[in-house]
Design a protein around this ligand. Structure first.
Ligand code: UFG
Length: 318
């Protein structure tokens, strides 16, 4: 298929573009390089530097494409609460531009990078797709609204979609083909790597009084190459006639902050300075995916189930 990967120079997008290329798809990356990096482009990818807010340029790139993978978005939860306008424009208006350009150019399928943030603070700890959708931050709200827009564009214009609700994306390409480290990530593992490199003097563990076995929060850390393979399968299933879907992507295995710290320490071979700090606002105690739907509908099976192996792929590029 001819696939436009919007946001394909970014952290997750670059892994998706590589996975699509390796499966023989014709990939064009469209990215404004605001957070994406040119060194992330897998060798044969065609690249257009462009913004999703530039509708004529987007239409130009869309011509002749069969499908879109859309990963261009603002994604900092805290920032989305302080500057919702940025998220309205980039995430919502930008996504509507993509859907409109698809209609204008006849592209039929879209795989969208959604997030577990659409669930908010769920009352259950293992989350399947039937859990109520109650985002508690503006970032999660934008992801949910885009899923709803895609539902309408399916009903009204026949565009089929798969929304992939990522749990905690981590890790890097194990072959070393994608070399750009994510810049300024506020997520746990990149922060731990800053402690490893000495850029940060210690890790602050947000909360040790959660109702979990060791008192620290539990998350479902899913390797970015496993996320990437799900995008390829989703596109191929849409092309074979699958109806539109929203699917969780996670390992179905929980790892606490302390367990992640131990895994990093094991990989780097030394203790890391860390201290307990107050809880961070808006953190649920436990978020673990049920990915049964993605497994059965896509035939998807994550390969990285061992956090130490995931950490190793991060350590290798640091
Ligand atoms: N944490 C620390 N110290 C830090 C950073 C994080 O203890 O310095 C803890 C957090 O409190 C949390 C865990 O590590 O318990 C993971 O935190 P991240 O910030 O890495 O990830 P989140 O689970 O908060 O958020 C992730 C994505 C969001 C997405 C959300 C959906 O980063 O984009 O999952 O559930 F919205």
């Amino acid at each position: 298929m001819k696939v436009l990967v919007v946001g394909g120079a970014g952290y997750i997008g670059s892994h998706v573009a590589k996975a699509l290329m390796l499966k023989g798809h014709e990939v064009t990356v469209y990215d404004n390089l605001s957070t994406g990096q040119e060194i992330n482009l897998f060798k044969q990818n065609r690249f257009i530097k462009g913004d999703i807010l530039n509708y004529p340029a987007l239409v130009e790139a869309m011509r002749g494409q069969d499908a879109v993978v859309h990963l261009a978005a603002k994604k900092a939860v805290g920032e989305s609460m302080e500057n919702p306008m940025l998220y309205s424009v980039n995430n919502i208006s930008g996504s509507l531009n993509i859907l409109n350009a698809m209609v204008e150019c006849g592209a039929k399928y879209i795989v969208f990078s959604s997030s577990a943030a659409v669930y908010g603070m769920p009352e259950v700890s293992t989350i399947d797709e039937n859990v109520p959708l109650n985002p508690i931050n503006y970032y999660g709200f934008t992801k949910l609204e885009i899923e709803k827009f895609m539902g309408w564009y399916d009903r009204l214009k026949g565009i089929k979609f798969v929304a992939l609700r990522y749990f905690n994306a981590v890790g890097y390409d194990a072959d070393g083909d994608i070399r750009g480290k994510e810049i300024n990530s506020q997520n746990l593992l990149p922060i731990m790597m800053e402690v490893v490199s000495g850029k940060r003097d210690k890790l602050k563990i947000f909360g040790n009084d959660y109702p979990t076995p060791d008192g620290t929060c539990i998350r479902d850390y899913i390797h970015v190459s496993d996320l990437a393979s799900a995008h390829v399968l989703a596109l191929e299933k849409l092309n074979q006639g699958m109806t539109s879907q929203s699917l969780n992507l996670g390992t179905e295995k929980g790892t606490s902050v302390l367990e992640m710290l131990r895994a990093v320490e094991k990989v780097v071979g030394r203790k890391l300075p860390a201290e307990f700090a107050p809880r961070r606002a808006g953190d649920p105690a436990i978020l673990v995916a049920s990915a049964a739907k993605a497994r059965s509908l896509l035939g998807w099976k994550p390969q990285y189930l061992d956090v130490e192996k995931i950490v190793q792929t991060v350590y290798n590029i640091n």
